[in-house]
Design a binder for this molecule. Structure first.
Ligand SMILES: [Fe+2]
Length: 183
């Protein structure tokens, strides 16, 4: 597992692994990450949330389990993996939305039946492994978390960021933003 000791390592990982297909979706991991960042950015998100959107699926580039992990009944916990490796380098306002973007999906499946119905096939497959829709008490606890709203915004961008061939800013455009937040 590569250590993410500096911004170079993070960007190298996104560039190297980012060409891989994105878990049953019609875009690569890098395209998906760039679209996620762009979708929150164009809604006026703060730099911390833009960074979280760009980096939210880094864990998928680290666990090495391949695209068929969910088919094999495996929850890779990619959200925790990415946050753990970035811990200490980026503020909690970046780490928590990354950590919570799967919980946000489980919350939205609880709160909105139409959200659940509109999930992609790959997202439905992983949902079952991630614990399914939240229960009432889980949903209440989730909403009380400091970065619940940012996590939900990230999740909506995540779900939309699967557009083949969409023109969005390239990876280098986000370098200054991550550099400024990195410790
Ligand atoms: Fe994602």
């Amino acid at each position: 597992m590569p250590a993410l000791a500096n911004v170079d390592a993070v960007f190298a990982l996104l560039e190297a692994g980012g060409g891989a297909a994105y878990f049953g979706e019609p875009v690569t991991v890098l395209e998906h990450s760039l679209q996620s960042a762009w979708f929150v950015q164009r809604k006026g998100a703060p730099d911390t949330l833009i960074s979280a959107a760009l980096l939210h699926d880094l864990g998928h580039l680290l666990h090495g389990e391949g695209e068929d992990a969910a088919d094999r009944g495996l929850d890779t916990q990619h959200e925790k993996l990415a946050a753990a490796l970035l811990e200490g380098h980026l503020p909690v306002a970046v780490l928590d939305p990354i950590r919570l973007h799967v919980a946000a999906k489980r919350y939205l499946c609880h709160a909105n039946p139409r959200y659940l119905a509109a999930l992609s096939t790959a997202s439905v497959a992983s949902l079952a492994l991630q614990g399914g829709p939240m229960w009432d008490t889980e949903a209440e606890a989730f909403l009380a978390l400091p970065y619940a709203q940012d996590s939900l915004a990230l999740r909506h961008a995540d779900d939309a960021a699967k557009v083949p061939g969409l023109a969005v800013p390239e990876l280098a455009a986000y370098r200054p933003l991550i550099n400024a937040l990195w410790r």
